[in-house]
Design a binder for this molecule. Sequence first.
Ligand code: NAD
Length: 502
Amino acid sequence: MSSHSNSTSLATVDVLPVPTVTRTQAFIDGAFVDAQSGRTFPTYAPSTGHLLAMVADGGVEDVDLAALAARRAFDAGSWSHADVRRAAMTRLADLVEENAQELAALDAIDAGKPITDCETGDIPEVAHLFRWYAEAIDKVFGKVSPTSEGHLGIITREPVGVVGIVVPWNYPAVMLTFKAAPALAAGNCVVAKPAEQAPLSALRLAELATEAGFPPGVFNVVPGDGPTAGRAVGMHPLIDAVAFTGSTQVGREFLRYAAESNMKNVVLELGGKSPQIVLADMKADLQVIAEDLAGAAFGNAGQNCTAGSRVLVANVLREELTDRLAQAASKIRLGDPMDRSTEMGPLIERTALERVSRYVDEAVALGARVRVGGSAVLEDTGGHFYPPTVVDQVTPDMAIAREEIFGPVVAVLGFDTEEEALQLANDSEYGLAATVWSHDVDVSFRMARGIRAGTVAINGYSEGDITTPFGGHRTSGFGGRDSGIEAMEQYTELKTTWFTLR
Ligand code: NAD
């Protein structure tokens, strides 16, 4: 999920210095500590390939210490007071704003995201999430059931206890906060494992949480790799629920971990192959649509779960729309993430560049045509840059039309009828998001109802906002939602208390 847009005024400097990395240890029980093994792992700048920092390489024993600390904090009860939580989370939102420049720079350099996106989107979103859920704390409460006379049934929501959080690198601070803010607001303590490619902002956030008044053990961060530290979170018997965002393949692993350990609740936000459908009545709006499609497909270099990576367009509009989309793509400025004029940064790592190139090359070999982009650029930087790429003459069976590429590549397919558009849209194992463009309310409503996806946007790409639940159908995930009050509820257990009145 990407961050929702937000705007703040920008300072005047254009290229910012690479930030000093101050926090590289794990954050457990309110303090920075080395990994028990003493091991560290490197995190690199994707824009240059340069080493940024060596980070504590958390393992099973570190996750164990964090889970024990979280359980102790939960049992001690101070976090169960709504007033304590509200005050600390509100203060954390303030501290995120006060330290926004540093947090934005950490995510920009560690994940290769344009600094302007981090300054105006990601970090304001993190502050907003902590503040919104702090304010929601006393707005989620139970019910009294309509029992017969002589009984009283009270339905309450209780925190599950310790919530494990495992997240990807594409929006490092936002992904963590989408899980942590509602879980903490609901009264849980957390053990978070950030992605090994971009762990830095999570460590700084945990430190700010402590400064904001979070008791020790409430918010723990254990960096480390997926198969070791991530698995340890999934398997830990003291972790009562796990919130995972990442690939569908690793999502399946978390279901196995739960089955093999304590049957913890599992919330999965997974991959996508989201269609952007343009109906035949949109001829007058093709320029606006092309620009919106480019934003949907190429934002965050296409490294976005809801990336609009399949454009399905009425055949009567196909040629013109594809031209305009290619033009919009060619105007996007690639470059140094720390430069405020950069609109697209590099891909996260070399293997990602190879994967994206492979999808495009294979499609071309099968008869598809590259309209713009199509091979790596800025190679002299040492970074992993791939330009916005538009591919047409794609058929529905090609991998480029079916699989999540997680890069700046959009496949264009044509259709003749509304029925065919719907069939193409649903011809996917994923069901995360979709956009429908039509001025005909009947058509767009029929499409919205027929598309199997968690979010369907009409006349403009969107993931909704903080008030609307976000998540997928089918292999895009299940078990809960990010955003909305629904996100808070998923970190609670329902309890019925039944009185017999004598
Ligand atoms: P990934 O699944 O490889 O990694 C995500 C996290 O899981 C990382 O912290 C990683 O260390 C950990 N992990 C990896 N292997 C593991 C294992 N065997 N056991 C336990 N943990 C493990 O995903 P990624 O490449 O970092 O991110 C890209 C994926 O994330 C894409 O599929 C994208 O669609 C998805 N995503 C989904 C959403 C959403 O809200 N639906 C949002 C952002 C990204």
